[in-house]
Design a protein around this ligand. Sequence first.
Ligand SMILES: Cc1cc2nc3c(=O)[nH]c(=O)nc-3n(C[C@H](O)[C@H](O)[C@H](O)COP(=O)(O)O)c2cc1C
Length: 185
Amino acid sequence: MNNILRNVLMRRSVFHFDNRRIRHEDLLAILEEGKILSNAAKNQEWHFTVLQNRDLLQKFSDLHERLRPDVHTDFLGNPALNKRLLIEAPMLLVISGRQDASYAEDAANMVFGGMMLVAEKYGIGSCWLNYASLLFTDEEGQKALAQLHIPEGFTPLCFGVFGYKQPPTPPSVLSSEDHIVNFIE
Ligand SMILES: Cc1cc2nc3c(=O)[nH]c(=O)nc-3n(C[C@H](O)[C@H](O)[C@H](O)COP(=O)(O)O)c2cc1C
């Protein structure tokens, strides 16, 4: 199996990180290589925020707790996971795009997916965080958002954390018993 295919098949979301900062060279490679992988419209413009400031990450975690009190569990049934991930992971990536670009949000998610795969190559795990737009709905959220210094005209579209895995996540396998594909010929 070649390395790219291996990364695609073996990548799993990571829910536990150690707090080591990501090596700067690896971070640059994830951003550079990952963003090449997808673009919905030609010349789509992106802006990437790499947030490694612990105080601000704590702030986002607090916002999450306050603005999403209705969400007590994550996809896996763990309580308040996103809140914990924002404190535990050493880095939050925010992908912002032009408000008026076609399919901007879908494309941003594709770019994030590409970066998740590239990260695997460097032994770095990642997890999508699916709540972003709701965090910035009130004044306090807007203030926190302003601290990201996202350029005028760009909107944050996709959020996710990256970091070294702790402990390594075992691969999960889709069972052949799962009837989730319908072939119509
Ligand atoms: C669109 C999307 C949004 C997600 N948002 C969250 C999230 O907010 N919090 C979280 O812990 N995991 C999130 N996940 C990760 C899922 O928990 C994870 O994909 C799922 O448990 C399956 O694991 P796998 O990615 O290893 O196959 C998200 C995944 C996707 C595709």
